[in-house]
Design a protein around this ligand. Structure first.
Ligand code: NAD
Ligand code: TYD
Length: 342
């Protein structure tokens, strides 16, 4: 079946990997990437597919209702990823998180409902962070789709609000909406404020790596292409109104992660700089992905450590031009050069 997907946030980390994944693995699909290019949106992430006739970039905001009305008429499915995504930024200023994640999601849901009614599949990409935190002392506990929503950070609260709006639009209007809740992603093109690219690029620059608190916080790491394949699986095979957890069964403490990165780069533990803990820092995330595995037949195939982590570390080491332009801000010029003032 051919599809024309409206993918929001396609110039960010997961979105750009997903655009590339779709173009590579679904020859019948077209993708329109709607992205307003915040600090984390970087069109250089997709420089290699810009000329692909099945790809179109639209520079715009999910808060722009007339634009969404037009795009909703042109496309037949939505993968909604656009968001403010960094917990530490949400602690400093939560307003953009409410504007984009809550109001932006409400806006695109309304536009889609107006254009499609009950037809037109809409996948809302949520996060495992909506579930809150698990205790380190109970390793047998994992988040299931039935775990209550107990978002802790302003980021997670804004994602939980959008997640619940998506759920409500299915329940109230009968829209064909599905929700995914995924664990932490790793892979190429991640903005170097997130822990893996920040640590690798700091080490290349000869700087230490700032480890929050006691370093015992646990995250469940999934390769970004496993996430992309899961999102496509949900789009193609999922049941409307359902929530699907996505995870790698790959729990690591931040200390373990840091030592793995140091080892991959031939550096010693003297490069660790313990720093003050993040406010409200969630202790542990762990996903039970049984439902998507059993019902839709998805399984992670690219996330096994140490190989997958080492390959990601190598990508950043081998691509200094990409992240140096991001860290210096030079990447902001690329759009102007490519697209002028459009
Ligand atoms: P990112 O910050 O790298 O990318 C977000 C993209 O959205 C950027 O290109 C940005 O320009 C765009 N954007 C932001 N506000 C917009 C707006 N108002 N209108 C249009 N575009 C806008 O984030 P990411 O890590 O790629 O995350 C993508 C999605 O996946 C988010 O919804 C996030 O909550 C979710 N998620 C991320 C992870 C993870 O580990 N990174 C895990 C689970 C779920
Ligand atoms: P991050 O990549 O920000 O993802 P999230 O907060 O969505 O899980 O952080 C991953 C983990 O790494 C988290 O427990 C916080 C920790 N961390 C550090 O120890 N130092 C850092 O500089 C950063 C950015 C994160």
């Amino acid at each position: 079946m051919s599809r024309h997907i409206l993918l929001t946030g396609g110039s960010g980390f997961i979105g750009s990997n997903l655009v590339r994944f779709i173009l590579r693995h679904r020859p019948d699909y077209r993708v329109t990437n709607l992205d307003c290019l915040t600090y984390s949106g970087n069109p250089e992430n997709l420089a290699d597919v810009e000329k692909d006739g099945r790809y179109r970039f639209v520079h715009g905001n999910i808060l722009d209702r007339p634009l969404l009305d037009t795009l909703a008429k042109e496309c037949d499915s939505v993968l909604h990823l656009a968001a403010e995504s960094h917990v530490d930024r949400s602690i400093l200023d939560s307003r953009p998180f409410v504007e984009t994640n809550v109001m932006g999601t409400q806006n695109i849901l309304d536009a889609w409902r107006h254009a499609k009614g009950k037809a037109g599949r809409f996948v809302h990409v949520s996060t495992d962070e909506v579930y809150g935190s698990l205790p380190l002392e109970r390793p047998e506990l994992k988040f299931t789709e039935e775990t209550p929503i107990q978002a802790n950070s302003p980021y997670a609260a804004s994602k939980a609000s959008s997640d619940l709006l998506a759920r409500a639009y299915h329940h109230t209007f009968g829209m064909d909406i599905l929700i995914t809740r995924c664990s932490n992603n790793f892979g190429p093109y991640q903005f170097p404020e997130k822990v893996i690219p920040l640590f690798v690029t700091n080490l290349v620059e000869g700087k230490k790596v700032p480890l929050y608190g006691d370093g015992r916080n646990v995250r469940d790491w999934l390769h970004v292409d496993d996430h992309g394949e899961a999102i496509l699986t949900v789009l193609e095979k999922g049941t409307g109104g359902e929530v699907y957890n996505i995870g790698g069964n790959n729990e690591r403490s931040n200390l373990e992660l840091t030592h793995s990165i140091l080892k991959a780069m031939g550096k010693g533990s003297e490069m660790i700089q313990p720093v003050a803990d993040r406010l409200g820092h969630d202790r542990r995330y762990a996903i039970d992905a049984t439902k998507i595995e059993r019902e839709l037949g998805w399984k992670p195939t690219r996330s096994a450590w140490p190989g997958a982590l080492d390959a990601t570390v190598k990508w950043y080491v081998d691509n200094p031009k990409w992240w140096q332009r991001v860290k210096s801000g030079a990447y902001r010029e690329y759009y102007k050069q490519q697209y002028g003032n459009r």
